[in-house]
Design a protein around this ligand. Sequence first.
Ligand SMILES: *Cc1c(COP(=O)(O)O)cnc(C)c1O
Length: 427
Amino acid sequence: MTDQAFDTLQIHAGAEPDPATGARQVPIYQTTSYVFKDADHAARLFGLQEVGYIYSRLTNPTVSALAARVAALEGGVGAVCCSSGHAAQIMALFPLMGPGLNIVASTRLYGGTITQFSQTIKRFGWSCTFVDFDDLAALEAAVDDNTRAIFCESISNPGGYITDLPAVAAVANKVGLPLIVDNTLASPYLCRPIEHGATLVVHSATKYLTGNGTVTGGVIVDSGKFDWSASGKFPSLSAPEPAYHGLKFHEALGPMAFTFHSIAVGLRDLGMTMNPQGAHYTLMGIETLSLRMDKHVANAKAVAEWLAKDPRIDFVTWAGLPSSPWHERAERLCPKGAGALFTVAVKGGYEACVKLVNNLKLFSHVANLGDARSLIIHSASTTHRQLTEEQQIKAGAAPNVVRLSIGIENAADLIADLDQALAAATA
Ligand SMILES: *Cc1c(COP(=O)(O)O)cnc(C)c1O
């Protein structure tokens, strides 16, 4: 199946005709539970001796179809769907972490992720050290005996910065830790982090995977390549798991250890489950992922090139521009395009940014990205508001920049809207 091309897999992977009815499209299995054939069948399912459906907090056929499809598109061995991108991040860390342990993450992350990692995970006794991932020596130096994962975004929010994944993966490999890559902004169509050394890939399915601003969802894909037993640092996966009858997940399930643990323990006890209706919308979205991403990228190029020449603009961060410091990485790691999210520094600073946002008509002012519609947000006063100005600048969300998420409308119409709003903002 995975020998097929991306645009075939995005329609067919994970979606056989429904075994019960022959329905060609994946049905929405709006059910909580599944009748066991007999008591022995039930016992075998609970013992993980047989794979099947028990209860929809754990697995559901519609949600499983989506997991299989995203795993195929990312080139992983298994995937788990979650209730949101943030849930996927916690679920990705959950089997690896414990009180007193830490992760090392890039400074260039989605604002909500910086808050999750710098504040909220402390309540679990976990912590995070943030490092500039362009400084590989600093990245390696930040790893200590209690580090259990390295975390970054492939294309990062909000500036469209491109992480040098092979270089970061080499460090992760050297220190023997899993590399977790948030691939939300690229989607597997533009970048496949597992091919560049990622252990786990996380997604906010809320964004490009669904593609139309209808669903909140997340996915974790496992490469199946990490040896969870080698270092003794991941006892949930390598040692008898007390929360699951003492099962040794890695020994029993091999490359599927992480995926099974995430379902049997993670979803069971954290309950961050995706609902079947949401999975259905995301499956529908993914059917057109390659078509949409090509159009997102073409529009981003047209808008970024126009803005970069405009005297009212200080700079544009889209990595597809030859002037971008990340241009070489974009060509190497995202050859089909550098995504469609970037920031624009407006002459006139904070005030001009606010006026620009207020005067746009076609662009919507919302805290979302990866929609068919073009979106804008002034990060410093919204998504990155909880951060200090220094953190804002490090995250690429300085007060003088707005973030654009370029949709799939007509590029000339988007440029006309920006032109009139810039005129009003800088008058
Ligand atoms: C939106 C987003 C998240 C969080 O996802 P939710 O679905 O909103 O929980 C994480 N990472 C990135 C890069 C995002 O854009």
